[in-house]
Design a protein around this ligand. Structure first.
Ligand SMILES: *Cc1c(COP(=O)(O)O)cnc(C)c1O
Length: 226
């Protein structure tokens, strides 16, 4: 287990790398939000990251996140992001637990969220599956527009999120997500300003391609417990 000092030191390194990648691509470091990916990490590790200045907390599993959030309820100005797949039957708990849901990916889920109709409007990103084959979650690129139409009145759609299917050519997928966003923003009239892409292995490349949120776990917390 990393100590609180390890976490603080690694965070400084990651922020430094973010700043350099942003500078290389002519962007300000403030244009990129670090979203911690703390699945399977104890609440104490999340608290250490918070103390070191982090405010964007990402979790994959709704129940794990709900438990952690109640353990960390004194961290009032934290923003909790759902970055893992959301099942329809967990939508209500997810809406209570998270401030931003990054993984809207089906009509059915969109419909469920729209019917729960939370106030204030839930902030969402649409997860896009850019790989032609395999990858399990995310909506196909050509379906994103209709998903946007299905929820735009009842939610606040911030942008797009992706997990590239192949590590080798992550850059190509990151660029693809950015271009898709540009097209959809032009069609829909929404800003869609957020691009959530890049993890420990490729967040610098993602920033060079326009990421506004990078989701980083291992570079901060070390390898996840098996
Ligand atoms: C775990 C996870 C991350 C972070 O991955 P690391 O390799 O630990 O940085 C980012 N995004 C999603 C969706 C994840 O599940």
């Amino acid at each position: 287990m990393p100590t609180d000092d390890d976490i603080a030191r690694r965070l400084r390194e990651v922020r430094d790398r973010i700043a350099h990648a942003a500078a290389r691509s002519g962007r300000s470091p403030g244009a990129v939000r670090l979203v911690l990916a703390s699945k399977t990490q104890p609440a104490s590790a999340v608290r250490a990251a918070y103390r070191a200045g982090e405010r964007d907390l990402g979790e994959n599993y709704v129940q794990e996140a709900a438990a952690k959030r109640s353990e960390l309820e004194d961290l009032r100005d934290a923003t909790w992001h759902l970055i893992g797949h959301l099942q329809t039957n967990k939508a209500a708990l997810a809406l209570r637990t998270f401030d931003i849901i990054q993984t809207l990916d089906t009509w059915r889920l969109a419909d469920t969220i729209a019917r729960l109709h939370p106030a204030p409007k839930v902030r969402l990103l649409i997860e896009v599956n850019l790989g032609a084959e395999a990858s399990k979650t995310g909506t196909a690129a050509d379906q994103v527009e209709s998903l946007i139409d299905a929820v735009r009145d009842k939610t606040d759609i911030l942008g797009l999120m992706t997990i590239p299917p192949h590590r080798e050519d992550a850059r190509k997928y990151f660029a693809e997500l950015r271009m898709l966003r540009d097209r959809l923003a032009a069609h829909s009239g929404l800003a869609l300003s957020e691009l959530s892409m890049g993890m420990t292995g490729d967040f610098e490349v993602a920033i060079e391609e326009g990421a506004t949120m990078v989701r980083v776990g291992r570079a901060v917390f070390g390898e996840r417990p098996a």
